[in-house]
Write a protein of this length. Structure first.
Lengths: 500, 165, 500, 165
């Protein structure tokens, strides 16, 4: 069986970079696509070939199926890797690839469609004896039906986009009076993000944890799971810190959940890498929540603890190779944590922060992995998700991993936009986190109205600023660094001061 | 040399004097005598007594970012002395984000109640609601649906309802 | 048991950086020492405190016992980590630490002394039933005795410094006529490098491999080994590529050698991290060669495959903590390779290359570790070893690891000094290396008189140069970047061209 | 624009002309028409037909380092045209390394044989031997023991023994 000779990566940012590198190591030629604002982005710089998609609006670039298929055909790519987000879970895109004779690196279109419809997905799981959460997954989508069904399930209640993921089109309703407004808003967000305003309602669990299992399934019927990931630390229903193993996991529970995950994948004839997300309540009951039919943002922590390269297996599986990994040979060792570095302001409702990255310095060291899609000089715009990078650490045990992550976060320099790095560090330093006492409400419970500094600017910072400005008094002489080459596309170089 | 920095709507007045690598920083009636080196552009190592302060600073016009002990502060160097500017306060209807106006739920002259949604702004696929900060009457609406809006631009202006005497 | 609160690192370069980070993660304050030429080196930048040692000559700085002890006392360091090289295997230094009430992070002085004397070390091993290589380890060190004993053992013959390591004071003699000259030269080198001109002679093995075992021993009698490292790829008797597992290893041989290594450590009451080096011949007979009583340059490949942080365990063991690792729980998983990046010219006899590092860009990605002690702008001088960094990769198996290393080496940019990076890549790409068919003669056999390009400058490079110089024609306008701050210690910033 | 580069004692003569992002490079009677961009300082992306050349270049005076396809070439831009310089040849007694002279094993007037060790230079704890390249007589010794020596400096000068007629 032969690997592909050329793969197009239909994505941007850190995940495009990660996939391009995996391909290149396997001697597969890579094609990056990019919108106009991304022409100097790292994924474009490192790819072997590039195709411009034009207008940065997602629907005109990274979400534009025909442009991407055309790009793949024009360069002769045999396969497309969709990354996560954008078209990764769009069955029409997977179908369009198939129709064009291009291998889609992911699940089959009909499986994506089935699991993308959260309602049908739950029904399928119920049939396969995988436990699911009580809720309304009906087809009647008029507001009054939804309000009635919501009241029946009771509060707190989750309102969620059927086609959704990543917190978009998702609302929690704590009492009846806000129900209607939440349903309307969720429908609008769902429509805008996924082109489909269908939503569902679900019981909101007590002390819930979000624990998921990584699956690898080849096209010959072999399925293994790569153990769990604990993803309970979320803000606005978006994971920000993930770890494995879960502090709450027991060998017995791991075995049961792992088998449920494999059964879920088997029930739909799943192929390639996928993730079964479960909710686990305070009594360690677990419920199927959804299946993500793609590579997950947090896949690196599984790689760190199992030693398996999931992206490379995606490529091998898509090329028709057989999974040589056996469940009983897979081992979970040590502890890994991932922090998602966002350009956002945790003390202002986690609102995205845009601007030019004036200076970046990433922490380095043994067992520190930094998956990034940005570099100094790049501009963070409001077109795309504000994820800058993912910081992943591995330690012999959970305490070592937490210590390493705290060290790494406190040495991660990002200037020019506001990031959540100081906030993440405070979460890692929290006593309840250290104890593993976490639920999906952790941020809400412990970090409501958090701000970086209640006492204003520290004196050390003032001294440093004064010294800095006193060292560089010649404001008049300041010139913006400019290439001698007037045609140079290089921008945002920052400032350079010229002396004598 | 006198310098003023603004951070979170608070203004800090500093005086700094330099003799070679020695700096005398006066703030809040304290004088800090420090020795400082710029190791690479923006990377400072400052000795204050037996303590070392390490930090990284970037500048963009008058804007400064300071990285210190893992925290980052966004500071503005300002020319004014001793004045305090107030930042977002009750009734501020500036956009918290750059994005696109997806819904305008009110029109000029409307009477609105505190908490009413006036405008919906979308950015990075999330929605942000602009709500009325108090009861009042809409004086002016600055954006229409599908308009682009920048962070800090005023969305809607409201005339506050007078309290009954 | 409590960890130290402050540790001084008596070293420089990548190993000082690696140890400082390990300490900081464990919340131990770190003290860097540095000579005048290293005042801006990365290990000085990241340490919590620093002490200047003055004159860059090693004997006046990193090899100066009293200056280092004074430094430790002046800052109140409770312990000293010596790294490798310099004072790491100097029993007088370990003793001086002990005498000053400072914990030396390493073996006991008497054990260092015993294993440092290669002759006594072999005799001790013979007594403990660990097999050793035939040779002359006598005390009579006059030239005529050595020549006579050398002739008795036969050729090829190894001449080696008793106190040595790292290829210094080591010669191979292929025939009688060069014997005397080699002995004299080895004695001079030994005298200069170690202050001791004692040498020994040894049979030079057929198709020899260099395979070593990592040991961790606590101060309560617990000893484990962390499996083997294959270090056969050497130039001038200096390892340049290491990997684990060894391609030649079998579970049965690993078990026997591992037990011999633990027995060797036990025989001398060894404590802390150490390495037993064996020679393995074409028939897989193994012989004790020497014990390195310190952290090894190539320790990261063991860390990658076992998940154990050796530097952290050194700190815990030195603080009196008990080893919680059990031999039967330790696992070796996947495959790791290290390449040593030297500032040297492989096409000119591996002679060191000095100069300013004008541009460095290190490859990054999952399971790529870059242990470095340099950065752009630093000057490489002839005072110290020309090791710039160590590139370590991990893969699911040997083929994956080789592919990843080739990818990483071909994206590792170092401009300003000549490095061995292109050479290392050619070694990795060699068919015999891929097959695991390696001996300590590999470089000599396959890369004699190697040069980067037999056909001169490639046309692509000429085109690139011409384009570059045509983009930047304004040589007259070129100004050297200079800080507005005339007191700034920053140097070697490279050039910046100023436009309009 | 004519440019000459020297690499490993070979000189390359190039002509380059530019029109915006297009460059016409003439070498060895071939004209290469390329499109080029400098992505960041020193990072070039050059399109030659349907091939992309990526490289990184650093400069220090007339010296250039070029990183291309994982290989690095050290090149010098020179003013001379068409001349070839010869590099190290038999009889070259320059020091191959910067270091310290630890031993001088000969003196002026000595008759030496090919292969004799004349001088020992130490650098980074390794020894390098300077040997006589041919039979001859020592004309001059430029360094004494413990002197510092730079790479390329001439160590010893020898008068070659005339071949017997």
């Amino acid at each position: 069986m032969k690997l592909f000779s050329k793969v197009l990566i239909a994505n941007r940012g850190e995940i495009a970079v990660r996939i391009i590198k995996a391909c290149q190591e396997m001697r597969i030629k890579t094609v990056a696509v990019y919108s106009d604002v991304d022409s100097k982005a790292p994924h474009v710089q490192i790819a072997d070939e590039t195709v411009n998609l034009g207008d940065p609006t997602p629907s005109e670039s990274y979400l534009n199926i025909s442009k991407i298929i055309d790009a793949a055909e024009s360069v002769g790519a045999e396969a497309i890797h969709p990354g996560y987000g954008f078209l990764a879970e769009n069955p029409d895109f997977a179908q369009a690839c198939e129709d064009s004779g291009i291998k889609f690196i992911g699940a089959k279109p009909e499986v994506i469609a089935l699991m993308g419809d959260k309602i049908k997905a739950k029904k399928t799981m119920e049939k396969a004896d995988v436990p699911v959460i009580p809720g309304y997954h009906g087809l009647r989508q008029d507001i009054s039906t939804l309000v009635k069904e919501g009241k029946k399930i009771g509060f707190p209640l989750l309102v969620k986009a059927t086609a959704g993921g990543g917190g978009k089109g998702m609302k929690i309703v704590h009492s009846e009076e806000y129900l209607e407004e939440a349903i309307e808003s969720a429908k609008r967000e769902a429509k805008s993000a996924f082109g489909n305003d269908s939503i569902f309602l679900e019981k909101y669990l007590d002390r819930p944890r979000h624990i998921e299992f990584q699956i690898l399934a080849d096209e010959h019927g072999n399925i293994v799971h790569l153990f769990e990931r604990e993803c309970s630390i979320q803000r606005r229903h978006q994971k920000i810190i993930e770890e494995t193993p879960s502090p709450v996991m027991t060998p017995e529970l791991r075995d049961r959940m792992g088998r449920a995950a494999v059964a879920a994948a088997k029930a739909v004839g799943y192929t390639n890498a996928g993730t079964i997300e479960f909710m686990v309540d305070g009594d360690l009951n677990f419920y199927f929540m959804e299946m993500n039919t793609r590579l997950q943002v947090e896949h690196p922590i599984t790689e760190a603890t199992t030693g398996i390269d999931i992206a490379k297996w995606q490529l091998r599986i898509a090329a028709g190779m057989e999974l040589t990994l056996k469940q009983h040979e897979l081992t979970q060792r040590g502890h890994a944590i991932e922090c998602r570095i966002y350009a956002e302001d945790p003390s202002n409702g986690f609102l995205p922060s845009i601007g030019v990255l004036e200076k970046i310095e990433v922490p380095t060291g043994p067992n520190i992995r930094n998956d990034t899609g940005v570099e100094t000089g790049m501009e963070i715009t409001s077109y795309y998700d504000p994820l800058l990078s993912k910081l992943i650490v591995y330690g012999e045990n959970r305490d070592d991993a937490i210590d390493k992550m705290i060290w790494a976060l406190s040495r991660y320099v990002v200037l020019g936009v506001t990031t959540n790095i100081p906030f993440l560090r405070k979460v890692l330093e929290h006593k309840a986190f250290r104890k593993g006492d976490i639920t999906t409400h952790f941020i809400e419970n412990h970090f409501k109205n958090w701000t970086l500094s209640k006492d204003g600017l520290p004196v050390d910072a003032l001294i440093a600023l004064a010294v800095y400005d006193s060292m560089h008094p010649g404001r008049e002489e300041v010139v913006r660094y400019k290439e001698a080459d007037p045609h140079s596309p290089w921008r945002h170089a920052g400032r350079w001061r010229i002396g004598v | 040399m006198f310098i003023n920095y603004e951070h979170n709507s608070h203004v800090y007045n500093i005086e700094v004097e330099r003799k070679k690598n020695q700096y005398f920083v006066t703030y809040n009636n304290n004088i800090y005598t420090v020795e400082a080196h710029e190791i690479k552009p923006g990377y400072l190592k400052i000795r204050l007594g037996d303590r070392i302060i390490k930090c990284v600073i970037s500048e963009n016009g008058d804007n400064r970012f300071v990285f210190i002990d893992g925290d980052v502060f966004r500071v503005k160097r300002i020319q004014l002395t001793g004045m305090k500017k107030s930042s977002r306060k009750e009734g501020d209807l500036t956009s918290p984000i750059s994005g696109r106006v997806v819904r305008v739920k009110t029109k000029k002259g409307d009477i609105v109640k505190k908490g009413d949604v006036l405008m919906v702004i979308e950015s990075m696929k999330m929605e942000y609601l602009i709500r009325a900060p108090y009861d009042g009457r809409i004086k002016r609406i600055n954006f229409r649906e599908n308009d682009q809006i920048d962070m800090g631009e005023i969305t809607v202006e409201i005339e506050k309802k007078r309290k009954k005497q």
